[in-house]
Design a protein around this ligand. Sequence first.
Ligand code: SF4
Length: 455
Amino acid sequence: MSHPNLASIFNKDEKRVDWHDKALWFVRHKRDRTVHNVKGWESLRDLGHGIKAHTLSNIDNYLIQFEQNALKNGVQVHWAANGEEHNQIVHKILKEHKAKKIVKSKSMLTEECHLNPYLEADGIEVIDTDLGERIVQLAKEPPSHVVLPAIHKDRHQVDELFQEHLGTEPCDGDPQYLTSEARKHLREKFIQADAAITGVNFAVAETGGFVVCTNEGNADMGVHLAPVHIACMGIEKIIPKQEHLGVFLRLLARSATGQPITTYSSHFKKPRNGAKMHIIIVDNGRAEQLSRPDFRASLHCIRCGACMNTCPIYRRSGGHSYDYTIPGPIGSILSPGKDLKKHSSLPFASTLCGSCSDVCPVKIDIHSQLYKWRQIITKETPQPFIKKKSMAVMGKIFSKPVQFEKIGKVARWSLRNLPKSVINSKPNAWGKTRDLPKGPNQSFDDWYKEREQNK
Ligand code: SF4
């Protein structure tokens, strides 16, 4: 289904739209307050952008350097060209270790590769241990946000889910009770786990080590208890040097949740005595995105979610309306590269206000890339007849000032004098849920000239 159709399902529950919007706007404000306290924030963003641009231009060398150092550290390194290969590698490792119970900390890459259903089909239990992820897993839903996966659910819905799946008492959505029950449930799973899977936030070429950021410590808990650690990373997670972590860790936490630092920024380098550590480096379409000059900067993304929190469309349509692993503005740039036809509505799910680009910690020109995808999609995919014709007419009107002025007059008159049933008739999709403003008596141009004359 296209974004407008899925968004209209989310929009049926107006109360939810309101609190979803407010909750994300609250996070956006928190981010603003925190970044304004950092002197040189803009320079830090420039630095993050520069390091990412440099890394992507030399990504082959840095990945090989990373592999060599990781091997020296005693880590087993695997390469996967796509999601299928990634899943097969994980499965093979688990089989070798006879692992049947897995704990996983949040990893958008494993979501992208659909790892859970792949392993579950072979009878392997996979438990997502991030609280938000566990909530959506119990609800059999995908995450709706990269940092706040269950942001579309309120505490009463979580209460019902826990009663059904964890056997908890009804608690009127008491967050403290729900969290403590989740902790007990997850602790059992951590203790029983045969292997732990984590994502990777940053992989350091010069050391072969990597960093995983969580606020709940669930990645550490899983990795420190299980005898096998499998870390899954997209190729774009590589950074050249350890000192660059100082830039990205500062940018990530503040942009994601407005915290000065993520609660746990855990550095992994080699396996514990007697344990095994594997790293799977995954392409899955990233190299192709890198080859598109207009869109390669989308690979700078550090998955902070700030562009989602600020986007007026995301806040009011919810993450599931994007029907892609990464929702929001950045997902709308990444997804057409994967399947242009399937995701052709996503670059249009934007007002192009540019707020996403303003908050992006690594200065991705998100709204410009959305606009570029629109141009490609309009040329390469069939467009609705009415939209095509009306855009051609609008193009002609906007390119001739005299005509523009005449049509403007007609439009202003129509808005003032025609009945609502005509103005908001079927072809006017905008009018379905909104009233158009009353037409003014004069155009901005006339008003401006008049004002200048009367000065
Ligand atoms: S595109 Fe920028 S703002 Fe959006 S998630 Fe990625 S890093 Fe964050």
